[in-house]
Each structure stands twice: as C-alpha cells, then as structure tokens.
Design a protein around this ligand. Structure first.
Ligand SMILES: [Ca+2]
Ligand SMILES: [Ca+2]
Length: 359
C-alpha cells in the first residue's frame, strides 16, 4: 500500500491560484482529435491519439486515490518521448537566465502560511536556498521506520538542479539524465519557454498506458516479464538496502529502458513527473456518476487532508525509489500530490503540446 508522503515545513509560493482549472463534465462531448496530424513530428515528441480510455483502477490493492476506474475522453496531443533532461533544461536557463525555486532565497513569512498555525520557525541556517535530497540511512532504519520520511529525505542547503546531491555535486557528464529539483513553477516556466505545457493527469495516464488500458503496468501484467526489467525502480528493502538488479541504483539516463507502445520512455519509474492538475485524493469521486468525463483538468483547488494547508499538484509515474515494500507507485494509475514548491531528488517532468489548429 502506498504511504502518504509528507514534506512538513519546506513550503512556499502560496499564490492561492484557484479557479483556473474547472472540472470538465460529462454532458459535453468534445470533438476528439483521433488521428495523427499530417506533417513532421515535433522534435522528440510522440503523438497520443485522442479517444476514450479507462482512467484509474478498481484494483483492491491500489491506493484509494486511484479509484474508481472511470471513462475519460481526451483529445489527441503530442508528448515528449523522454523526461526533460539536464541538457534541455540548461538550454532554457542559458536562454532566459531563469533561477529555479531551489536557488532563490527562502521567506519564512511566506512558508508559514502553508503550515499548521503555531509551527515553530526552523533554525536560520535551514532557511537558505536548497532542496530535498534522498539520503538513505546507513544500516537499520532509525526510530519511526517507514512512517518517518525524514529517515531518508534531508533538506539540503545548496542542493538544486545543477547540484543534485548538494554543494560539491554536479551534473557534469549527466546531460542525458532527467533534470531534478524542479518545482511546479520551474517546470511550467520551462514548458512555456519551449512552446509546450505540462500534461493534465488524464493526458499523462492516457500516454503512460500505451494504448493498453487493462495492463497493470505500462508494459503488461508482469512486473518483470521473463526476468527483464522494464523501468528504473528500487530493488531490495527500501530505503536502507538497494540491490542493483535493473542496473541503476539511482537515476538512469533517459531511454535506458524499453519504450512503451506509444514510443515513450520512462513514464513509469526513473523520476516522478509533474502534471497540471491540482491534487485531491478524492478527485475521481468528484465526477460523481458521470458516464464519461471529457478532457478533465482536475479540481479547482487542491486539498490533501494529510497536509490541509499545503497546495499540491499531481505527480505521476513513480521513480527510482519506488519499491515493493513501500511505495509501489510504478503503475500508470498511481497518483500522488506534491507540494508545488518542492524540488526533490526524484522529481522531474515532461511536456505536451496541442496539435496545430486545422487550416
Ligand atoms: Ca533502479
Ligand atoms: Ca518517469
């Protein structure tokens, strides 16, 4: 069963952006753009045909936030074949001078509005630019075990996309690795610069299912068919023991594992991917008894009862940290909410693009 993930105090950028993402409803029937547009493909992108598919799952072992299974229609769209890489993100930064959230000063007055009233101010040395770095324990898990994510996540000042493990680390020679430590705002800024946008979670799931909506995983019902590893996940007892069965104990270069039937790499595993929807664990139930939901864009605002003050967007696909003993989020239906301002060692994104209007 998936554990709830909490990132207790590192939170900012509260902008109270609500109302921009209305829940699409059932009565309207969109004109689905099913067919691949004529002409050349946008570089590095694959076409996902529009149509109706089953989103979510009724699998009793899945997290309640993934249920119920329901019919959704999306229009066709282009999507990046890979997670956005360090090389791609570097071009964006060099062209624009953009500074990611993890590189900016931290304002406690902003952060505290996203936390339960009375939350004590952290020490000043923690209120410097930084990000959350995966730091597994040496040896047995400390008290709290798997219920305390502080046992493997550390707020690390000086950690950012260019220094993924903190000061002294670098991305030299890692051009083909997915960029990490990017917040929702950072990912959105890149997408806008690239003439793209972030996917809705319906689009993301449509793409990750590869046209085979009944499959449990993105490639079939067997996690490792004939022993072959199909995605970068975690083997061994998370988080204190990693067994190198898939060849990558940490992040892998994109395209290290086979593509799905749509030609997409690493939708499942490697790094989590931002989607544009606000997160609510009960988002699917808000659709009520609708027979069909058309191009849903998610709830009007986020609400996670575990962290009611923290705005969250949907993240999808799981990461190299997903294991059978803890997270199990290496499935197309798995979904999670992540604080919009959070950069993390295992969180990246890919972009989508609408088809050009017919002339
Ligand atoms: Ca791995
Ligand atoms: Ca991924």
């Amino acid at each position: 069963m998936t554990k709830s993930l909490r990132y207790p105090w590192k939170s900012w950028l509260l902008k109270a952006v609500v109302g921009g993402a209305a829940m699409a409803c059932c009565a309207a029937v969109a004109t689905a753009q099913e067919a691949k547009p004529a002409g050349p493909e946008p570089e590095g992108m694959a076409w996902i045909p529009g149509g109706v598919f089953t989103m979510g799952t009724d699998d009793k072992d899945a997290h309640p936030a993934e249920q119920p299974a329901h019919k959704v229609r999306v229009n066709g769209f282009w999507i990046d074949r890979t997670e956005v890489t360090n090389a791609q993100f570097r071009k964006f930064v060099e062209a624009t001078g953009y500074k990611t959230v993890a590189e900016r000063p931290v304002d406690w007055d902003v952060i505290k509005k996203q936390l339960p009233p009375g939350t004590p101010k952290p020490p000043d040395e923690m209120l410097r630019p930084g990000s959350l770095v995966f730091t597994p324990p040496a040896g047995a898990l400390p008290p709290g075990g798997l219920d305390n994510i502080g046992n493997w996540w550390s707020w690390t000042t000086g950690a950012d996309w260019k220094h993924p493990e903190g000061p002294g680390s670098s991305i030299e020679g890692k051009d083909d690795l997915p960029v990490v430590h990017v917040s929702f705002e950072d990912a959105s800024a890149y997408a806008k610069w690239a003439g793209k946008r972030l996917p809705t979670e319906a689009e993301w799931e449509r793409a990750a299912r590869g046209g085979n909506e009944k499959w449990k995983y993105g490639w079939g019902d067997s996690f490792a068919p004939a022993g072959k590893r199909m995605a970068n996940t975690w083997q061994g007892r998370f988080p204190e023991m990693v067994e190198d069965e898939d060849g990558y104990p940490r992040i892998a270069p994109v395209k290290s594992f086979p593509p799905n039937p749509y030609g997409l790499y690493d939708t499942i595993g490697n790094v989590w991917e931002w989607c544009s929807d606000w997160y609510r664990p009960d988002a699917y139930r808000l659709d009520g008894e609708a027979a069909l939901t058309v191009d849903p864009k998610g709830p009007k605002k986020s609400y996670d009862p575990d962290e009611p003050f923290q705005p969250k967007r949907v993240t999808r696909g799981g990461s190299f940290l997903c294991s059978s003993n803890y997270c199990t989020n290496y499935r197309p239906s798995a979904r999670r909410g992540t604080a919009t301002d959070s950069g993390m060692s295992h969180l990246g994104f890919r972009c989508v693009k609408d088809a050009a209007p017919a002339k």
